[in-house]
Unconditional design. Structure first.
Lengths: 272, 272, 272
């Protein structure tokens, strides 16, 4: 994992995010903090051209509209043609018919290197794409020690169906391809009190994949561990009188001074 | 007021904000900080469906355009049908004809549980809606001890006209229905040096109303007191070398660890 | 320079930014921090009317689309008619054909008081507008002591071509009209690890020009020095455990308590 982070800092991949305006600033800043470079363009007037000049494309479904959806499709297809990294973050995929339909179309028309979401988002995608086994397991809100082995099975199955690395993040994080699943126990529950931590992680993951070609699964797992370790470091660094807004800053701070050694020592995972 | 805050933390109402992109991140984070959950969708392709799944709807007129205006109208009407809480924040209502016309249309077509703005915004709305008595009083930029009783009268009158709880915030805050007005003296003048403190308060107020059905006036007043107390706590927590950006964070921090007792002890208001 | 800052704090000019959603919050907050007032509107439904009520207009090309482009053109032309300050920040001018064409059109149809960008953005503009001499010098990524005199020449030449004050910011900053160039050595390289520092400076510069009529060059140079000094102060104020997100806040903090004396003492420039 150490080398995965070091490659991001060395190669400084340019990452194009077509994303929501709620967390766009944090997404850009966390990309800079981990060593990558951000660029954002969300209109068809330029989305493809911007994508062509980047190493990775991060598609985030927050605050969607038909214009942005069209830009996502065009940019995603072009990324596939150019062999660039493409990631899908299906924010609120189950919250509206529009997001459900859009994520189904994107999954059908674009080959994603990775998909990252919480369990209910990933479940909404899986249901839409005809995955059967294990979807029941995912009907709860959380991944727990009790349902873990069925969840691992479900995530691997969805990965086989899509050909993408699947990352499900929550109290326990699962990052899997069709054969192997990293079960990751980094992070803090308080991270869910900051808006956009999921969006940030998706952007970081895109950068990790772009800087580590040929090692998609390891790079995705390294990104999840790194952001989780940053959440733990940030929590320890909180001072008296600081709350959730300070925590938001301190997470990005911790990403900015994370090195390979800290990541290696802090990562807590098993492989199933 | 204590119970109003505790209800937000207990019920964690999901609040849909159709809002401007300048302060959307702070709005989402402050909702999390007070115990509510944020969601944002601003396009007609999904605004109604998202609203249907929420407890409250917060309509904010910043950075408007015709597409967002349509989403606001549809989401607002549906909220009325479903009996959900709806709040209007007429940001810059007097600054353009478009905002003036849009806020008038919204007031006509939607029944708002509450309206929150500064005095010039509320005055622009009142003029548009035919309120006569007291509008002159509101022609100054501030609510002062000198014009207080006429202002209280004006705000009550506008509440009777609209059927909404009216909250006018500034150095002195007024929160009134047709009969009763809370005159609130919490907060710090430095809060106006942070962009979006008004937007944040409107979101919090929507959450307070959603979590406290049947007590609209008390819930709205509690939200104003709570945010004002947070501004005072944040000011005391500032360290050497910290300025307006640190203050912005520390206000949200103070909201995140506010409890019912601190609110009860810190609230400074009289009822007229 | 001292007086330039003091005029902003005294006159509190209202600045309209048509800008990207990635850094809009920081732009609004830094305008408040330096003593100005922000307002944002990006749709033709109101952009002209909002502009008419402001002292300055800041056009920023980040996350562009055809609707925002139209608003920029109309607002820019009206500002020219009204004799208001107009500034162009050609974010990513070389990154897409749309931005290249839009910035060329804006330069043709609107008379800008100032243009601020990094060297590759300014070079993209200059190539588009037929400047020949010195463009080669600007083909490197940086302004260095070695290419400095040719760069100064290039920037003056582009200023003569456009009639605008030209500000090129990077490790060394150049602020020039056709005859005189400020060579400024304030700031910290770490400022480039925070997204939107360029956007913030453009907004500040618009405020400085609006508050100091008749002294465009001095006001623009004072804005660059002030923001650079803020970056230095913020760096010194960083505590253990703080990284790039804290730095982002501390820069705006430093702007918020900057006074004329600190600016005068901290500014490091020569005139060529």
């Amino acid at each position: 994992m150490r080398e995965c982070l070091e490659n991001v800092r060395k190669k400084q991949p340019l990452i194009h995010s077509i994303t929501n305006y709620v967390t766009a600033n944090d997404v850009a800043n966390v990309l800079l903090a981990c060593g990558a470079s951000p660029i954002m363009a969300d209109d068809v007037c330029e989305a493809e051209e911007i994508t062509a000049g980047c190493a990775g494309l991060n598609l985030n479904l927050g605050t969607p509209n038909p214009r942005k959806a069209e830009a996502m499709k065009k940019a995603g297809k072009l990324s596939n043609q150019l062999g660039h990294i493409v990631l899908l973050d299906p924010v609120g995929a189950g919250a509206s018919s529009f997001r459900k339909a859009l994520s189904a179309e994107l999954l059908k028309e674009i080959k994603f290197d990775a998909v990252r979401g919480n369990i209910s988002e990933i479940r909404a995608l899986a249901l839409g794409s005809g995955v059967e086994r294990g979807v029941d397991a995912a009907s709860g809100e959380h991944i727990t020690e009790e349902n873990l082995s069925r969840m691992v099975d479900f995530v691997k199955q969805f990965s086989r169906k899509t050909g993408s690395v699947i990352a499900v993040t929550g109290e326990i994080d699962l990052v899997a391809d069709g054969d192997v699943c990293y079960v990751i126990r980094n992070g803090r529950p308080e991270m869910s009190l900051v808006t956009g931590t999921g969006c940030q992680l998706s952007a970081i993951m895109t950068a990790f994949l772009a800087a580590n070609p040929g090692r998609r699964l390891l790079a995705a797992a390294a990104a999840v561990c790194m952001y989780g370790v940053a959440g733990e470091t940030a929590w320890r660094n909180l001072k008296n009188g600081e709350g959730t807004a300070a925590y938001r800053s301190r997470i990005i701070d911790a990403v900015s001074f994370m090195d390979g050694k800290s990541l290696e020592e802090g990562a807590r995972y098993e492989i199933r």
